[in-house]
Design a binder for this molecule. Structure first.
Ligand code: PMP
Length: 379
């Protein structure tokens, strides 16, 4: 049976060149980068090279603006709690959106218990944030606006430059979670103008358990964990050396192979067009302003889980999109916020394409999915 992996938004396969680059750091290059002897120094030099590659990937001006973390989740937490801690005397109001990843949403909500106030910007039926609402939500005591660059479920890309414009008039920091965009659409911190930005290696054909927070030079932030002086005290503890080395290589390859995203978008459109031919199927997310690899559809009259399991039996790995929610069988908070009913949100299917996706994979899906839908609707 054909195996078709269409869950690249959840994670991507490690690029063979990334693996090659990492292997010596599990073997002979085992020194701790904080040690002053040769063993440590040679590793520290390689960490710096990886930092430069990641910095270059997002067009950061200085490599020191990159703080390596254990992934996108930790980077989001560090941005939110770190800024809250540094600026709590200036103000205690934070703005986010209703469709953020739980790494942002739950972190912000936990601050409410510590006396912070939270405003959540609503989205329209395409998943685009309401900029007018944002403008009116800004207050003198607002210290941070955190809005994702693109949504992991529906792929809608947010107008971050506009968000920054609103924030800068009032001197408010902007953080964006770019976990889903880095490598897929241009992510340029100068162009976007953000102060803080989150990325993760395992979404860009790098290893799991490593990510980074970009912190623009001069941004006030405090560390949220305590230990040694690594990552300039903002993120202490011995670094995940092989992971960081792999992340650097993955970032470099991503930029070199960026053109491939055009082909991915072509295959995405073919898949969307084909799926919309099935009766009572609706596209979720913006039609054009969406990630090149993201397809998300609601299929009426079937249960999402039944569909996912049936597709799995046909060799197609897909997702409901809300896999990052605590109980993945809950209807997605993103789709509900976009105005879908509980029932429709339950029947959603996310297929996310990657650099290894072929025309044959898409043809296979367009043959199998309508058959499976028909079968399930008859049950
Ligand atoms: N933010 C977004 C938008 C994501 O899609 C993910 C991964 N599902 C994360 C944050 C968390 O990243 P990580 O898995 O590296 O912790």
């Amino acid at each position: 049976m054909r195996r078709v992996y269409l869950d690249h938004a959840a994670t991507t396969p490690v690029h063979p060149q990334v693996l090659e680059k990492m292997l010596p750091f599990f073997k002979e290059l085992y020194g701790n980068p904080s040690s002053i002897h040769q063993f440590g120094r040679e590793v520290a030099i390689e960490i710096d090279k990886a930092r430069e590659k990641v910095a270059k990937g997002i067009n950061a001006q200085f490599p020191e603006e990159i703080f390596f973390t254990s992934g996108g989740t930790e980077a989001d937490n560090l941005a939110i709690f770190g800024v809250a801690k540094a600026l709590k005397d200036k103000g205690k109001h934070i703005i986010t959106s209703v469709i953020e990843h739980h790494a942002v949403l739950d972190a912000c909500e936990s601050l409410e218990k510590e006396g912070f106030e939270l405003t959540k910007v609503p989205v329209d039926s395409d998943g685009l944030i309401d900029l007018e609402f944002l403008k009116s939500a800004v207050r003198d005591d607002t210290i941070l606006i955190t809005i994702m660059h693109a949504n992991n479920e529906v792929g809608t890309i947010q107008p971050i430059k506009e968000v920054v414009k609103i924030a800068k008039e009032k001197g408010i920091y902007v953080h964006t979670d770019a976990v889903q965009t880095f490598g897929n659409i241009p992510v340029d911190v100068q162009e976007l103008g953000v102060d803080l930005l989150t990325i993760s290696a395992h979404k860009i054909y790098g290893p799991k358990g490593v990510g980074a927070l970009y912190v623009r030079k001069g941004t006030k932030i405090k560390g949220i964990s305590y230990g040694g002086g690594q990552e300039r005290k903002i993120r202490p503890g011995t670094e995940n050396v092989p992971g960081i080395i792999g992340f650097g290589e993955a970032a470099k390859i991503c930029i070199e192979t960026f053109e491939k995203n055009k082909e991915i978008a072509r295959l995405r459109d073919k898949l969307i067009d084909g799926l919309l031919k099935i009766e009572d199927v609706k596209l979720n997310g913006h039609r054009t302003n969406r990630l090149p690899g993201n397809v998300n559809v609601s299929i009426e009259y079937i249960e999402g889980e039944a569909l996912l399991l049936s597709l799995d039996m046909e060799g197609i790995a897909a997702s409901s999109g809300s896999a990052c929610t605590s109980g993945s069988l809950d209807p997605s908070h993103v789709l509900l916020a976009m105005g879908l009913s509980h029932q429709t949100a339950h029947g959603s299917l996310r297929l996310t394409l990657g650099k290894d996706t072929t025309e044959e994979d898409i043809d296979y899906c367009l043959k199998v999915i309508p058959e499976v839908v028909e079968r399930l609707r008859k049950m």
